[in-house]
Design a binder for this molecule. Structure first.
Ligand SMILES: C[S@@+](CC[C@H](N)C(=O)[O-])C[C@H]1O[C@@H](n2cnc3c(N)ncnc32)[C@H](O)[C@@H]1O
Length: 261
């Protein structure tokens, strides 16, 4: 799978592992309330899919992927052509994005920022810097990636909402995949961070409804009465390139059903 938009905290390296954990039972719908770059959506075969995120520009972008993929390519191509001659296009696009919030500018920024970093300041402005020696993906290559993703997300409904609002779509045959921002990443991503107590209450509500869920939770634990399986993985830290080291990060996966690692 090639990512369509680079996203900090992407679960692309472990998307297959997560996908293979789901029980082979009847599924009414698949719900992904922290969709980000959508790594786990790519192989989802459910008939009904709800993908949401609190960030409006990101949901705007996903709606372009679904309904207007050509517009993504034409917008990206024109920025990319100018950027090959003049790297200051990154700064002017970043400034325009912070004023106008065009989802298509967000894609260009994610493809040209340092290590594909998506980062916002406390006022909600995109502030990742330019990756000087990175030319950004060639639009011809991007075109195939966009076409592939567009075909795959036709059954998805993309919604801009907080994760708690998705509970209205959950029934006992739902699969819910939750990949919240890392605890301690407050102010770096778009949102104000995660209130863990609220998050545990949400998991408790899902347990009462009786659906299956998977949570990825960085290095953090979940109260043991809420889950049945815990799988610990080591993977390269998403921040290793920035820190200039090869630190490995622990990624913990929790499920509320019995699963084999
Ligand atoms: C770790 S990222 C998801 C990455 C995604 N799984 C991927 O592979 O690209 C977490 C996402 O949660 C979103 N988010 C943060 N707080 C949220 C909230 N309260 N409700 C819904 N989404 C939220 C962020 O905008 C971000 O896109």
């Amino acid at each position: 799978m090639s990512p369509i938009i680079k996203w900090t905290g992407s679960k692309r390296p472990i998307a297959d592992k997560i996908h293979n954990l789901w029980p082979k039972t009847e599924v009414s719908n698949y719900i992904e309330p922290f969709v980000g770059g959508g790594s786990c959506l790519y192989d989802c075969k459910a008939e009904k899919i709800i993908a949401s995120d609190v960030m409006p520009e990101l949901i705007g972008f996903w709606n372009f992927v679904k309904s207007n993929p050509d517009k993504i390519i034409s917008h990206y191509s024109s920025l990319w052509e100018s950027y090959q001659k003049d790297r200051s296009i990154f700064l002017s696009t970043r400034e325009r994005f912070n004023q106008c919030r065009d989802p298509l500018d967000l894609l260009f920024l994610s493809r040209t920022s340092i290590n594909g970093l998506i980062r916002f300041n406390k006022s909600g402005n995109f502030n990742a810097s330019l990756h000087h020696n990175r030319s950004g993906i060639n639009p011809k290559k991007l075109k195939n990636i966009v076409a592939d993703w567009s075909a795959r997300v036709q059954k998805c409904e993309f919604l801009c909402s907080s994760y708690q609002d998705t509970v209205q779509f959950v029934d006992s045959k739902s699969q819910v995949f939750l990949d919240p921002p890392y605890i301690g990443s407050d102010g770096k991503m778009y949102s104000q961070g995660l209130n863990v107590e609220d998050f545990y209450k949400y998991l408790d509500t899902l347990n009462k409804i009786g659906c299956n869920w998977i949570v990825t939770f960085g290095e953090h634990d979940i109260p043991k009465e809420l889950f049945l399986t815990k799988i610990e993985l080591l993977q390269p830290s998403p921040f290793r390139k920035l820190q200039g080291n090869s630190r490995q990060a622990k990624e913990t996966i929790f499920t509320n059903f019995r699963s084999q690692p």
